[in-house]
Design a protein around this ligand. Structure first.
Ligand code: OOG
Ligand code: MG
Length: 252
Protein backbone atom coordinates (compact mmCIF):
# COMPACT_ATOMS: atom_id res chain seq x y z
CA UNK A 1 0.00 0.00 0.00
CA UNK A 2 1.32 3.43 -0.94
CA UNK A 3 0.57 5.49 2.17
CA UNK A 4 1.87 8.71 0.61
CA UNK A 5 -0.32 8.42 -2.44
CA UNK A 6 -3.48 7.83 -0.43
CA UNK A 7 -2.64 10.61 2.03
CA UNK A 8 -2.09 12.98 -0.88
CA UNK A 9 -5.40 11.99 -2.49
CA UNK A 10 -7.27 12.61 0.79
CA UNK A 11 -5.52 15.92 1.40
CA UNK A 12 -6.22 17.09 -2.16
CA UNK A 13 -9.86 15.99 -1.91
CA UNK A 14 -10.23 18.17 1.21
CA UNK A 15 -8.30 21.07 -0.31
CA UNK A 16 -10.25 21.06 -3.56
CA UNK A 17 -13.56 19.96 -2.02
CA UNK A 18 -13.84 17.05 -4.49
CA UNK A 19 -14.77 13.58 -3.21
CA UNK A 20 -12.83 10.40 -3.91
CA UNK A 21 -13.73 6.70 -3.86
CA UNK A 22 -13.45 4.79 -0.58
CA UNK A 23 -9.98 3.35 -0.11
CA UNK A 24 -11.43 0.13 1.31
CA UNK A 25 -13.17 -0.55 -2.00
CA UNK A 26 -9.89 -1.08 -3.79
CA UNK A 27 -7.50 -2.30 -1.10
CA UNK A 28 -7.28 -3.76 2.35
CA UNK A 29 -6.12 -1.48 5.08
CA UNK A 30 -5.55 -2.09 8.79
CA UNK A 31 -6.49 0.46 11.42
CA UNK A 32 -2.80 1.05 12.06
CA UNK A 33 -2.24 1.81 8.39
CA UNK A 34 -5.24 4.14 8.43
CA UNK A 35 -3.76 6.17 11.30
CA UNK A 36 -0.41 6.28 9.49
CA UNK A 37 -2.17 7.70 6.43
CA UNK A 38 -3.96 10.25 8.62
CA UNK A 39 -0.57 11.41 10.01
CA UNK A 40 0.91 11.86 6.56
CA UNK A 41 -2.14 13.66 5.24
CA UNK A 42 -2.16 16.05 8.24
CA UNK A 43 1.59 16.60 7.89
CA UNK A 44 0.84 18.01 4.42
CA UNK A 45 -1.38 20.62 6.10
CA UNK A 46 1.36 21.48 8.61
CA UNK A 47 3.80 21.90 5.71
CA UNK A 48 1.34 24.36 4.10
CA UNK A 49 1.48 26.38 7.32
CA UNK A 50 -1.49 25.12 9.30
CA UNK A 51 -0.87 24.44 12.96
CA UNK A 52 -2.34 21.81 15.22
CA UNK A 53 -4.87 23.16 17.71
CA UNK A 54 -5.97 19.92 19.31
CA UNK A 55 -7.69 16.62 18.83
CA UNK A 56 -11.20 15.36 18.21
CA UNK A 57 -12.85 12.13 19.15
CA UNK A 58 -15.52 10.52 17.02
CA UNK A 59 -18.16 7.84 17.49
CA UNK A 60 -18.29 8.41 21.22
CA UNK A 61 -22.11 8.28 21.15
CA UNK A 62 -24.50 5.55 20.01
CA UNK A 63 -26.42 8.19 18.05
CA UNK A 64 -23.39 8.81 15.84
CA UNK A 65 -22.31 5.18 15.58
CA UNK A 66 -25.76 4.16 14.44
CA UNK A 67 -26.06 7.03 11.98
CA UNK A 68 -22.78 6.14 10.29
CA UNK A 69 -22.86 2.34 10.77
CA UNK A 70 -19.43 2.36 12.42
CA UNK A 71 -18.82 1.06 15.91
CA UNK A 72 -15.51 2.11 17.40
CA UNK A 73 -14.16 5.28 18.89
CA UNK A 74 -11.79 7.15 16.57
CA UNK A 75 -9.56 10.22 16.90
CA UNK A 76 -8.24 12.88 14.58
CA UNK A 77 -6.40 16.20 14.54
CA UNK A 78 -7.78 19.74 14.52
CA UNK A 79 -5.88 22.59 12.87
CA UNK A 80 -6.19 26.37 13.00
CA UNK A 81 -7.54 26.48 9.45
CA UNK A 82 -10.56 24.46 10.59
CA UNK A 83 -11.40 26.97 13.33
CA UNK A 84 -14.10 29.56 12.66
CA UNK A 85 -14.96 32.46 14.92
CA UNK A 86 -18.30 32.14 16.69
CA UNK A 87 -21.01 33.51 14.36
CA UNK A 88 -18.75 33.38 11.30
CA UNK A 89 -19.96 32.80 7.76
CA UNK A 90 -18.88 29.48 6.36
CA UNK A 91 -18.95 28.94 2.67
CA UNK A 92 -20.59 25.70 1.57
CA UNK A 93 -18.48 25.66 -1.60
CA UNK A 94 -15.33 25.15 0.53
CA UNK A 95 -16.72 21.72 1.45
CA UNK A 96 -18.00 18.61 -0.35
CA UNK A 97 -21.16 17.67 1.59
CA UNK A 98 -20.80 19.29 5.00
CA UNK A 99 -22.76 18.17 8.05
CA UNK A 100 -23.04 19.87 11.44
CA UNK A 101 -23.17 18.27 14.88
CA UNK A 102 -23.34 19.62 18.44
CA UNK A 103 -20.30 18.97 20.60
CA UNK A 104 -18.65 19.78 23.91
CA UNK A 105 -15.13 21.24 23.78
CA UNK A 106 -12.43 21.09 26.45
CA UNK A 107 -9.51 23.50 26.79
CA UNK A 108 -6.36 21.84 28.13
CA UNK A 109 -4.99 23.63 31.21
CA UNK A 110 -1.55 22.03 31.39
CA UNK A 111 0.56 19.53 29.55
CA UNK A 112 -0.73 15.99 29.91
CA UNK A 113 2.11 13.52 29.77
CA UNK A 114 0.56 10.61 31.59
CA UNK A 115 -2.73 8.79 31.70
CA UNK A 116 -5.41 10.60 33.59
CA UNK A 117 -8.58 9.34 35.27
CA UNK A 118 -12.15 10.49 35.65
CA UNK A 119 -11.20 11.54 39.20
CA UNK A 120 -8.36 13.90 38.24
CA UNK A 121 -9.42 14.93 34.70
CA UNK A 122 -10.76 18.31 35.86
CA UNK A 123 -7.27 19.35 37.02
CA UNK A 124 -6.21 19.30 33.37
CA UNK A 125 -9.07 21.36 31.94
CA UNK A 126 -9.21 25.15 32.21
CA UNK A 127 -12.63 25.57 30.56
CA UNK A 128 -15.42 23.85 28.67
CA UNK A 129 -17.71 25.15 25.93
CA UNK A 130 -20.47 24.18 23.54
CA UNK A 131 -19.23 23.74 19.97
CA UNK A 132 -20.39 22.95 16.45
CA UNK A 133 -18.29 20.53 14.48
CA UNK A 134 -18.58 20.52 10.69
CA UNK A 135 -17.69 17.11 9.33
CA UNK A 136 -17.15 16.58 5.61
CA UNK A 137 -16.16 13.10 4.52
CA UNK A 138 -13.79 13.17 1.59
CA UNK A 139 -15.45 9.95 0.37
CA UNK A 140 -18.28 9.87 -2.15
CA UNK A 141 -21.77 9.80 -0.63
CA UNK A 142 -20.33 10.24 2.88
CA UNK A 143 -19.84 6.43 3.01
CA UNK A 144 -16.86 4.81 4.64
CA UNK A 145 -15.46 1.91 6.66
CA UNK A 146 -13.84 2.53 10.05
CA UNK A 147 -10.39 2.46 8.40
CA UNK A 148 -11.49 4.84 5.62
CA UNK A 149 -12.77 7.47 8.03
CA UNK A 150 -9.67 7.22 10.24
CA UNK A 151 -7.39 7.77 7.22
CA UNK A 152 -9.59 10.76 6.36
CA UNK A 153 -8.83 12.43 9.71
CA UNK A 154 -12.27 11.42 10.98
CA UNK A 155 -14.04 13.73 8.50
CA UNK A 156 -12.73 16.83 10.37
CA UNK A 157 -13.45 19.94 8.35
CA UNK A 158 -14.35 22.89 10.59
CA UNK A 159 -15.51 23.84 14.04
CA UNK A 160 -16.54 26.80 16.10
CA UNK A 161 -16.56 27.14 19.84
CA UNK A 162 -18.89 29.15 22.09
CA UNK A 163 -17.92 31.06 25.19
CA UNK A 164 -15.43 29.18 27.36
CA UNK A 165 -16.80 28.55 30.87
CA UNK A 166 -14.48 27.72 33.72
CA UNK A 167 -16.65 25.69 36.01
CA UNK A 168 -19.80 24.76 34.16
CA UNK A 169 -21.08 21.21 34.67
CA UNK A 170 -21.15 19.14 31.49
CA UNK A 171 -22.57 15.84 32.70
CA UNK A 172 -26.22 15.07 32.07
CA UNK A 173 -26.99 18.36 30.31
CA UNK A 174 -29.47 18.79 27.47
CA UNK A 175 -27.95 19.47 24.06
CA UNK A 176 -29.54 20.34 20.74
CA UNK A 177 -28.82 21.15 17.14
CA UNK A 178 -30.95 23.90 15.63
CA UNK A 179 -31.27 25.05 12.02
CA UNK A 180 -33.09 28.32 11.36
CA UNK A 181 -34.83 28.16 14.74
CA UNK A 182 -36.07 24.59 14.21
CA UNK A 183 -34.76 21.96 16.62
CA UNK A 184 -33.38 19.19 14.43
CA UNK A 185 -31.85 16.90 17.05
CA UNK A 186 -32.09 16.80 20.82
CA UNK A 187 -29.79 14.82 23.06
CA UNK A 188 -28.05 14.62 26.39
CA UNK A 189 -24.33 15.07 27.02
CA UNK A 190 -24.21 11.70 28.74
CA UNK A 191 -24.82 10.12 25.32
CA UNK A 192 -21.06 10.75 25.01
CA UNK A 193 -19.53 7.63 26.61
CA UNK A 194 -21.99 7.83 29.52
CA UNK A 195 -20.22 10.99 30.73
CA UNK A 196 -18.39 13.47 28.44
CA UNK A 197 -15.44 13.60 30.85
CA UNK A 198 -14.74 10.00 29.72
CA UNK A 199 -14.05 11.45 26.32
CA UNK A 200 -11.39 13.77 27.71
CA UNK A 201 -9.79 10.87 29.59
CA UNK A 202 -9.85 8.83 26.37
CA UNK A 203 -8.27 11.69 24.40
CA UNK A 204 -5.38 11.82 26.89
CA UNK A 205 -4.91 8.04 26.64
CA UNK A 206 -5.09 7.96 22.84
CA UNK A 207 -2.69 10.88 22.56
CA UNK A 208 -0.17 9.13 24.80
CA UNK A 209 -0.53 5.81 22.95
CA UNK A 210 0.06 7.54 19.63
CA UNK A 211 2.95 9.86 20.41
CA UNK A 212 0.76 12.97 20.46
CA UNK A 213 0.93 15.42 23.34
CA UNK A 214 -1.94 17.36 24.84
CA UNK A 215 -0.49 20.81 25.40
CA UNK A 216 -1.66 23.82 27.35
CA UNK A 217 -4.34 25.56 25.30
CA UNK A 218 -5.19 22.56 23.10
CA UNK A 219 -8.83 22.06 22.22
CA UNK A 220 -10.43 18.61 22.52
CA UNK A 221 -13.77 17.90 20.87
CA UNK A 222 -15.59 15.16 22.77
CA UNK A 223 -17.68 13.78 19.88
CA UNK A 224 -21.27 14.52 18.95
CA UNK A 225 -24.14 13.81 21.31
CA UNK A 226 -26.70 13.58 18.47
CA UNK A 227 -26.67 12.55 14.82
CA UNK A 228 -25.30 15.12 12.35
CA UNK A 229 -27.33 17.03 9.75
CA UNK A 230 -26.44 18.12 6.22
CA UNK A 231 -26.20 21.90 6.04
CA UNK A 232 -26.93 24.26 3.16
CA UNK A 233 -26.33 27.83 2.04
CA UNK A 234 -28.66 30.35 3.64
CA UNK A 235 -29.00 28.42 6.89
CA UNK A 236 -28.13 29.53 10.38
CA UNK A 237 -26.93 26.53 12.34
CA UNK A 238 -26.62 26.55 16.12
CA UNK A 239 -25.72 24.19 18.92
CA UNK A 240 -27.06 24.57 22.43
CA UNK A 241 -26.00 23.00 25.71
CA UNK A 242 -27.73 23.56 29.01
CA UNK A 243 -25.61 25.85 31.17
CA UNK A 244 -22.99 26.39 28.44
CA UNK A 245 -25.10 28.60 26.19
CA UNK A 246 -25.10 28.39 22.42
CA UNK A 247 -22.93 28.94 19.38
CA UNK A 248 -23.83 29.49 15.72
CA UNK A 249 -22.49 29.62 12.19
CA UNK A 250 -24.07 31.11 9.06
CA UNK A 251 -23.75 28.98 5.96
CA UNK A 252 -23.31 31.01 2.77
C1 OOG B 1 -16.92 10.74 11.40
C2 OOG B 1 -16.68 11.70 12.52
C3 OOG B 1 -17.46 11.37 13.77
C4 OOG B 1 -18.30 12.40 15.96
O1 OOG B 1 -18.47 13.44 16.62
O2 OOG B 1 -18.79 11.32 16.29
C5 OOG B 1 -17.51 12.51 14.69
C6 OOG B 1 -18.17 11.03 10.61
O3 OOG B 1 -19.28 10.84 11.13
O4 OOG B 1 -18.03 11.43 9.45
O5 OOG B 1 -16.97 13.57 14.48
MG1 MG C 1 -17.72 15.19 15.72
Amino acid sequence: MNYNKIAEALDTAAYEAKPIAQISQSQEMTLEEAYAIQSISIARRYIRGESRLGLKLGFTSKAKMEQMGVHDMIWGRLTDKMMYEEGAEISKSDFIHPRAEPEIAFKVKKLIDKEITLENAKEYVSAVAVAIEIIDSRFQNFKFSLEDVVADNCSSAAYTIGEWKENAPITDIAMSLVVDNVIIHKGNSNAILGNPWESFVAAARLAKENGEVLNTGDVILAGAATPAIYIDSGQKVSAHAEGLGSVFLSVV
